[in-house]
Design a protein around this ligand. Structure first.
Ligand code: UD1
Length: 366
């Protein structure tokens, strides 16, 4: 029996939000090479061309077989719409396996619907924990892992987190980091000179991204954050591609009134990582960017009280900072005193996609 004959029903990938696309590309590519039948369901959680379409084009992702067009809403409204749409899709497609990525609302919605339909679930990027249940992502991660037959782990400590929560050890597979597969596969495309010219960036700059609800949803918190970002811009130019979530509050707080602040629209993957690669320092509250800066060797100041990715601190360039610590930490990083580790996280070698595909083909062949 060859591998194509083993997999009769398609593997369905559920993708919804920007970071999902970056993680899925190497998994879909490796499963394709293994001869798997696949379908891509885009939930439409992210729908702006700059948040979605451009990633499909740049990463060579297949056109989604369907886009559910769920869009934005409160957590309950969005998750309910995701579940209703996904139930119909899964019922009509009868997948052999549903693959979900990361920790967004599309991830938990798909895992919950699949589990109730008795369809096996694979979770890519399982076991990460911030231990902060005020973050919607932490709720999504914990529950998704409980529902997953295959837990693909990017970082060794995640295996322990899963075990502590009663996830059977056979379900956890430490495979490396598919987001880093995508980064390494595109290294030659991240042209820092071109991105400087195309987006009129200064020679030396700090690149910032801010979109966590805890930092941008409350106008008073967003205003305090803007004061500290202006403090960074006093040191050197600050380039900030603005996620739609924080846009209104950050601009209402006068983010763009400092002459050293350069506001950009959300960038596509290639331009964004090129801008990161060319930055003197990164200031962020993103999850994935903590990992990408670790591999690119760019100092990263994460404006959060915790991280679900501690390996980027022990084996990378990441450092957690409070609002008050941000400007002194940026000054130190710009002076070259940020420290950081030369060790790289184990298995972040560009081969996570093939490792995941191998486990999946074996699982489906049983
Ligand atoms: C979501 C994820 C978050 C992830 C982030 C990456 C959840 C709970 N959160 O947050 O973990 O880090 O994606 O970007 O799933 N909007 C647009 N255009 C879009 C998408 C969103 O304008 O294409 C605006 C809407 O006003 C929307 C808001 O952004 O209400 C938030 O979008 P949503 O998908 O709910 O969460 P994100 O903040 O993007």
């Amino acid at each position: 029996m060859n591998r194509r004959e083993i997999v009769l029903a398609p593997i369905v990938h559920v993708l919804g939000a920007r970071p999902n696309f970056v993680k899925a590309a190497p998994v879909i590519g490796a499963l394709d090479a293994a001869g798997a039948e696949q379908a891509v369901v885009h939930t439409g959680q992210h729908y702006d061309a700059r948040m979605s379409e451009i990633f499909f084009e740049e990463l060579g992702l297949p056109e989604p077989d369907v886009n559910l067009g769920v869009g934005s809403g409160s957590h309950a409204a969005q998750t309910a719409a995701l579940m209703t749409g996904l139930e119909q899709e899964f019922t009509s497609r009868s997948p052999a396996l549903v693959i979900v990525y990361g920790d967004v609302n599309s991830t938990i919605a798909a895992a919950l619907v699949a589990a109730k339909l008795h369809i096996p679930v694979a979770h890519v990027e399982a076991g990460l924990r911030s231990f902060d249940m005020t973050m919607p992502e932490e709720v999504n991660r914990r529950l998704t892992d409980q529902l997953s037959d295959l837990c693909f782990v990017t970082s060794p400590e995640a295996v322990g987190h899963l075990a502590n929560e009663g996830v059977a050890v056979e379900r956890a597979h430490f495979v490396g980091n598919p987001m880093i597969d995508t980064l390494l596969a595109n290294l030659d495309a991240f042209d820092t000179d071109r991105v400087r010219t195309d987006h009129a960036l200064p020679d030396r700059y700090v690149l910032a991204t801010m979109h966590r609800p805890a930092n941008v949803d409350d106008p008073a918190t967003a205003a305090a954050l803007v004061t500290h970002l202006h403090g960074v811009a006093d040191l050197t130019d600050l380039v900030i591609p603005v996620h739609p979530r924080g846009r209104a509050n950050l601009l209402a707080a006068g983010l763009d009134t400092h002459p050293g602040v350069h506001i950009l629209e959300p960038l596509g993957y290639i331009d964004f990582i090129a801008a990161v690669r060319g930055a003197a320092t990164v200031v962020t509250d993103s999850g994935g960017l903590q990992e990408e800066t670790t591999i690119l060797g760019v100092p990263c100041l994460t404006v959060r009280p915790n991280t679900e990715r501690p390996i980027t601190i022990t084996h990378g360039t990441n450092r957690l900072v409070t609002f008050e610590e941000l400007v002194p930490a940026a000054r130190k990083a710009l002076e070259g005193g940020a420290g950081g580790s030369d060790r790289k996280p184990p298995l972040w070698d560009g081969q996570a996609g093939p490792r995941i595909a191998e486990v999946i083909m074996e699982f489906l062949g049983e």
